[in-house]
Design a protein around this ligand. Structure first.
Ligand code: PEP
Ligand code: MG
Length: 558
């Protein structure tokens, strides 16, 4: 068989070479499935969903941190009374039990998909609950990962969290999925577990058991049946990488000693506990809205204080940068809903929403202040989606009035980046949200997979906007970090530092390679790489020229 190279989205760095093991596709309900009497079918359906919930809870009990909370959240979906009622209603009206569960699940999937963004990606979790319940009523084994005997590359249509969270790291060399996105659970969990992963590889549907694949979780390339010399080169590279990463510890610095703090992005208490144990210099982005995504009503000051206390404690004296609620657009919060908008990403989201509902912001600042005092933590508070200088000044005043001494803004709107000199004069620090900054600079919806080329953080236009933001910060003598996904790209991190970025915040699993990358280059080299990238014509050329001129010590392990 000849080699095929296909392209997906690399979501968890690292590379692997091994035989394909396919995760089984879900069982479908039989055609014309016979209906059962109401008295029989209701307990059957409710029992199946309860069995699924119990199984997920049992797995949660033996899983760690994020995995455990994802499994518990999925168990809650299985216990959602609306799902069971919908299925029972269908069965009582004449559908067979598996068909009824399938229909009810599809209703839920549609609702989640319509909500878009974060919720759309949770649709996989609902589908998994439904598929497991269908297998239960049909008395067959649940869909998913077959028992693995030797280290292999797991290939699946998509992986449900229940599967990803309980994978055996010693046996799963890498994950390749046909579906999924940058922020799907497979991506989040794989990065957290340190398993290389590539998602959205539609060709993977034709990868059969036993064929050899080579997976590059960085570039997103997947080679099917590569020639032995390509595979050998990769295996050697992996060995070199493991060796250097094992020795990559401590604070981030360039080769000539310029300090670039390496920080963690977190989304809640579980993440904080895990990141607190990691070799990071603190938190560069705590996405507080993640904690409240399923809250129907606004959390009280006391509830919030308790959560923030638990988030701050693991970091001792290390900094914790907290972002106030970034609700709206792809992260809707039920208690901060201003009604539907034509273009929510351009609407009243982030700080704009806080300005409409100032009582929410005040409660959050009060709780953050209380938790900071209780723990003595180095808490720094920043606002999402700041566009103009007046917003920065308004936010800074409110934060300081609450006794929180360090205030910052996220720079994720091009307008704020271009006027950074004035915006940064109002606050103590800035943090570039390159995910949104890319979306707004290129007018490309970040949730739209088809536009990923425009959203490429190597786009020279984005680099120009970042350079402008850094210049405005340095004129004021203020630090400017990056907390968007681009900070975790070890090659791009060099360019960011060269452009004037002073700290980098990312998923903790991405820190070691970025630390090594910085350690291989002087600050002057980073500046030169930044200049080369900004002089390139295209995103592709920018990446290529930087890779070409980066230190050989570093590119040898890429
Ligand atoms: C960003 O936009 O880059 C960012 C870090 O914020 P979020 O991804 O939560 O919008
Ligand atoms: Mg953002």
């Amino acid at each position: 068989m000849s080699t095929t190279v296909v392209q997906g989205i690399g979501v968890s760095a690292g590379s692997a070479y091994g035989p394909v093991v396919r995760a089984g596709n879900p069982v479908t309900p039989p055609d014309n499935e016979a209906a059962l009497p109401a008295a029989e079918v209701e307990p059957l359906i409710r029992g199946a969903l309860e069995a699924v919930a119990k199984d997920l809870e049992n797995r949660a009990a033996s899983a760690e941190d994020t995995a455990a909370s994802i499994l518990s959240a999925t168990a809650m979906l299985a216990r959602d009374p609306g799902l069971a009622d919908n299925a029972v209603e269908r069965a009582v009206s004449g559908a067979g039990p598996a068909t009824a569960i399938d229909g009810a699940t599809q209703d839920y999937v549609n609702q989640f998909t319509e909500l878009g963004g974060y919720f759309a990606e949770r649709a996989t979790d609902v589908r998994d609950v439904g598929d497991r319940a269908i297998a239960t009523v049909l008395g067959v084994s649940p869909p998913g990962v077959p028992p693995m005997e030797k280290p292999s590359v797991l290939v699946a249509r998509d992986l449900a969290p229940a599967e990803t969270a309980t994978l055996d790291r010693a046996l799963v060399l890498a994950i390749v999925t046909e579906e999924g996105g940058r922020t799907s659970h497979t991506a989040i969990l794989a990065a957290q577990m340190g398993i290389p992963a590539v998602v959205k590889v539609s060709e993977a549907k034709d990868f059969d058991d036993g064929h050899m694949v080579l997976v590059d979780g960085e570039s997103g390339e997947v080679h099917l049946d590569p020639p032995p010399e390509v595979a050998d080169a990769l295996v050697q590279r992996r060995e070199r990488r493991n060796k250097v990463l094992a020795g990559s510890t401590g604070p981030g610095t360039t080769k000539d000693g310029k300090a670039i703090p390496l920080l963690a992005n977190i989304g809640g208490v579980e993440d904080a506990i895990a990141a607190g144990k990691a070799d990071v210099e603190g938190v560069g982005l705590f996405r507080t809205e993640f904690v409240f995504l399923s809250s129907k009503t606004a959390p009280t000051v006391e509830e919030q204080t308790e959560i923030y206390r638990k988030v701050f404690e693991p970091f001792g004296e290390r900094r914790v940068v907290v972002r106030t609620l970034d609700a709206g657009a792809d992260k809707p919060l039920a208690f901060a809903d201003l009604g539907s908008e034509e273009n929510p990403a351009l609407g009243r989201r982030g700080l704009r929403l806080s300005a409409e509902l100032p009582e929410l912001l005040d409660a959050q600042l009060e709780a953050l202040s209380a938790a900071a005092h209780l723990t003595g933590a180095d808490v720094r508070v920043m606002a999402p989606m700041v566009a103009i200088v007046e917003e920065a000044a308004w936010f800074a005043r409110r934060v300081r009035e609450n006794g929180l001494p360090k205030v910052g803004v996220m720079i994720e709107v091009p307008g704020a980046a271009l006027r950074s000199e004035h915006v940064m004069a109002e606050v103590d620090f800035g943090s570039l949200g390159t995910n949104d900054l890319a979306q707004y600079t290129m007018a490309a919806d970040r949730m739209q997979g088809e536009l990923s080329d425009l959203l490429d953080p190597w786009q020279p236009a984005l680099l120009d906007v970042i350079a402008a933001a850094c210049h405005g910060a340095s004129v004021n003598g203020k630090p400017m970090g990056v907390c968007g996904e681009s900070a975790g790209d070890p090659l791009l991190a060099l360019v960011l530092v060269g452009l004037g970025v002073t700290s980098l915040s990312m998923a903790p699993s991405k820190v070691p390679l970025v630390r090594y990358s910085l350690a291989c280059h002087t600050f002057a080299q980073c500046q030169r790489l930044a200049h080369l990238a900004r002089s390139a014509r295209t995103a592709h050329d920018a990446r290529e020229v930087v890779r070409e001129h980066a230190s050989a010590d570093f590119t040898a392990v890429l």
